[in-house]
Design a protein around this ligand. Structure first.
Ligand SMILES: Cc1ncc(COP(=O)(O)O)c(C=O)c1O
Length: 402
């Protein structure tokens, strides 16, 4: 089964880009651990030379994610249909950044994963001479005017953002990029291809931390890039092999296994998160709830248009709350939850909770955090797929202790 354009995305999670093993009929690809492949004569081989460049298990995951993101590239245009897997999300980002040159300007979202910010501001500014400009991309006019003025070669948007859940209009940003000859990249980690497919909105490249919803079980670290553009696919193939931060075959197997249940997991994440957001919205100990599904979210309308589960608006499993009080109240709350694990990361079947100012976004300077509203009372929830009543009871109990 190779062509899946006519099938629903739920079915493509399981079959997209996959084929049964020609030798054994194995339904799941074996984990190919071989680092090298025997050649019949120098240069005469079966398309596999060395595992950094060619690995069957990695290819399977790469084709799966390319299919889900709707790359539209055939195997003739690119061996893995424009999908590329890396050893982590940041390795994917780092490789993607190599498409632009020393001294180039990159326009980036002001609020984004702290590690992406750190890579741009503390590594690539120094080593590659990149000139990042951070702006709030929820405002398309400001994107258009900044692009006109600074002529960035790449536009890097995250939507929804980590951790303040800002939602940007991907179609609008892609249009501005296209008109100005910039490569538009979307970090789709928070939404997953179940809810949002940036390539269909006109973005050139999609990036994922596969560690999150794609893997889905908090047992693997990985990253992915997908492009719909044949020329970009050629460049990424060259860079993936030249830089070498590839996903290993064991991890590719876990990611592929995770993707198979993405549809059912995301549906439950969305249902649980919506119910919890509504509950927290009315809680006296909570100052404010940020969830794209709430009417109070500043970009709720964009989110409802852009994030959809089989045509119906759906908003993912991430919620950000501001507690009443400060660091002491946050600490007590985070120490008291018991089903929610106090841990970094997100997107797994189990619910996680964390404090970005101290944990995931400590690498963002305090001044920049303050500007973005990442305060001591901000707590981020990754709502899992447990029974929602148990999750609500856990949060109620912890809020009572605050
Ligand atoms: C939105 C987002 N992008 C990128 C990354 C980086 O991915 P990784 O941790 O797999 O390197 C993360 C990690 O938390 C993230 O949340």
């Amino acid at each position: 089964m190779q062509e899946h354009d006519a099938t629903h995305i739920d079915t493509r999670c399981i079959h997209g880009g996959q084929e049964k093993c020609e030798v054994t009929g194995a339904v799941m690809p074996p984990i190919y651990t071989s680092s090298t492949y025997a050649q019949e004569s120098p240069g005469v081989h079966k398309g596999y030379e060395y595992s950094r460049s060619h690995n069957v298990t990695r290819y399977s995951f790469e084709r799966a994610i390319a299919n889900l993101e709707g790359s539209g590239l055939s195997r003739e245009q690119d061996t893995t249909n424009g999908g590329f897997a890396f050893s982590s999300g940041l390795a994917a980002t780092a490789t993607c950044l190599e498409m632009i040159d020393s001294g180039d300007c990159i326009l980036a979202m002001d609020d984004m994963y702290g590690g992406t910010y750190r890579l741009l501001s503390r590594v690539r500014e120094r080593s590659q001479g990149l000139r990042p400009i951070y702006i709030d991309m929820t405002n398309l006019d400001s994107v258009a005017s900044t692009v006109k003025e600074h002529k960035p070669r790449m536009i890097w948007v995250e939507s929804p953002t980590n951790p303040t859940l800002k939602v940007s209009d991907l179609e609008g940003i892609a249009r501005i990029a296209e008109e100005n000859g910039a490569i538009a990249v979307a970090d789709n980690t928070f939404a997953s291809p179940m809810l949002q497919r940036p390539l269909e909105a006109g973005m050139h490249v999609v990036m994922h931390s596969a560690t999150k919803y794609l893997g889905g079980h908090s047992d693997v670290v990985g990253g992915a890039l997908v492009t719909r553009d044949e020329e970009i696919a050629q460049r990424l193939r060259f860079l993936q092999n030249s830089i070498g931060s590839v996903m290993g075959p064991f991890d590719a197997y876990l990611c592929l296994r995770g993707v198979k249940t993405l549809a059912v997991r995301i549906q439950r994440h969305c249902e649980n998160a919506m119910a919890i957001a509504r509950m927290l919205e009315n809680h006296p100990k909570v100052e404010r709830v940020v969830y794209p599904g709430l009417e109070s979210h500043p970009q709720h309308e964009v989110a409802a248009r852009q994030m959809r589960l089989e045509g119906t608006p759906a908003f993912g499993g991430m919620i950000t709350i501001f507690l009443k009080g400060g660091i002491d109240e946050s600490r007590r709350f985070l120490e008291t939850v018991s089903i929610f694990a106090l841990a970094e990361s997100l997107g797994g079947v189990e619910s996680l909770i964390e404090h970005p100012a101290i944990m995931t976004h400590a690498s963002v300077p305090a001044e920049a955090r303050a500007k973005l509203g990442i305060s001591d009372s901000l707590v981020r929830l990754s709502v899992g797929i447990e029974r929602v009543d148990d999750l609500m009871a856990d949060l109620e109990r912890a809020l009572d202790a605050v």
